[in-house]
Ligand binder design. Structure first.
Ligand SMILES: Nc1ncnc2c1ncn2[C@@H]1O[C@H](COP(=O)(O)OP(=O)(O)OP(=O)(O)O)[C@@H](O)[C@H]1O
Length: 330
């Protein structure tokens, strides 16, 4: 693997009740915990390998332990990290990030976001080296290339800026101080309720915006007088889908085109970062990649979770999801 700071994983959700009832076949075969065989559009077998493959029996905690634990540990040491869930509509992105509900769900189903929040506060509280700390939360969504503040809907076209002291930041975005994990989850659930939800023929409640949650952590240490700052950025991307399949027109078509454009910008950035010596990383090609610039590049740690439907009827879309995040094809 050329760049160990970017971890790329695939997760296949279980077949849904509807897919089982329709007698859908599964479009992949497990080889091991890092590789699987996928039947492509010409019915030929293609082997894909990733840093990790989570099959339909994977627990939420398995995904968290592999992807997120190192990122939380780094953020407490002043290193930025980002976790991104990606995939077609209905592939399990939101389930992986938030579980069935951000506030009310059992331990088994609790998503990455709640686990990150719980561990972050636990690390800050129990570390012997940390004397004082603050955690601030911002939540924005990117809809039709506009950055909207999910904690204050009157701010609907925020600009992204860069400064020496702050790095990349969203100018004027609401930042709220968070004291503990239950406080964080309350605020997150308020922001999540504000997400723009569109309707397409594919999925009646599919999220049409990229949702970005930013936890900025600052702390002082007993070791020296320095204040360390790190951030954890969690991103639930809008569903990627084939425009023709959704039967989209007008605004919905614009949404789909803008989503696909920003996803390919992200794909180009991830490809450049996983290349041995990238000449140029095209962060400026979309609002999404610009916001993520200092949580993806440099010494930051990034984890990409490509969520996939296991059903053969969604095989072409699953294949493009997999290709998007391809680590390598042997
Ligand atoms: N690992 C899983 N185990 C059990 N159920 C799952 C899993 N992943 C997803 N599901 C179920 O599959 C359905 C679709 O998942 P989800 O809403 O997370 O998809 P999505 O990719 O976020 O879609 P969208 O882009 O429309 O927001 C939901 O009913 C969810 O509960």
């Amino acid at each position: 693997m050329s760049n160990s700071n970017v971890t790329v994983c695939v997760r296949f959700r279980p077949l849904s009740h509807k897919e089982r009832k329709a007698n859908d076949k599964v479009c992949f075969k497990k080889l091991d915990s890092e590789s699987f065989v996928f039947k492509d559009e010409r019915d030929e077998d293609v082997i894909f390998s990733f840093d990790k493959v989570f099959y339909d029996d994977a627990e939420q905690s398995d995904v968290y332990n592999f992807l997120a634990v190192p990122i939380v540990a780094d953020a407490v040491n002043g290193i930025n990290g980002t976790i991104i869930s990606y995939g077609q509509t209905g592939a399990g992105k939101t389930y992986s990030m938030e579980g069935p509900s951000i506030l009310h769900c059992n331990e088994l189903k609790t998503g990455l976001v709640q686990r990150v929040v719980n561990d972050l506060f636990e690390c800050l509280r129990t570390s012997e080296d940390i004397t004082t700390w603050t955690v601030k939360l911002s939540m924005v969504e990117i809809y039709l290339e506009k950055v909207r503040d999910l904690l204050d809907l009157s701010k609907d076209n925020l600009q992204i800026k860069e400064s020496k002291s702050q790095g990349i930041f969203i100018y004027g975005a609401t930042e709220i101080s968070i004291m503990n994990s239950s406080d964080a989850l309350e605020r997150l659930s308020e922001g999540i309720a504000n997400r723009a939800v569109g309707e397409t023929q594919m999925n009646l409640a599919s999220s049409r915006s990229h949702c970005v949650y930013i936890f900025s952590v600052q702390h002082g240490s007993t070791a020296d007088d320095k204040v360390r700052a790190g951030k954890i950025v969690l991103v639930d991307l809008a569903g990627s889908e084939k425009v023709e399949k959704t039967g989209a027109e007008g605004r919905v078509l614009d949404e789909a085109k803008t989503i696909n454009k920003s996803l390919s910008a992200l794909g180009n950035v991830i490809n450049a970062l996983t290349t041995a010596k990238p000449n140029h990383v095209p962060y400026r090609d979309s609002k999404l990649t610009r916001i993520l610039q200092d949580a993806l590049g440099g010494s930051s740690r990034a984890a990409l979770l490509c969520c996939c439907s296991p059903s053969s009827s969604n095989a072409p879309e699953s294949l493009s999801t997999i290709r998007f995040g391809t680590r390598h094809i042997p």
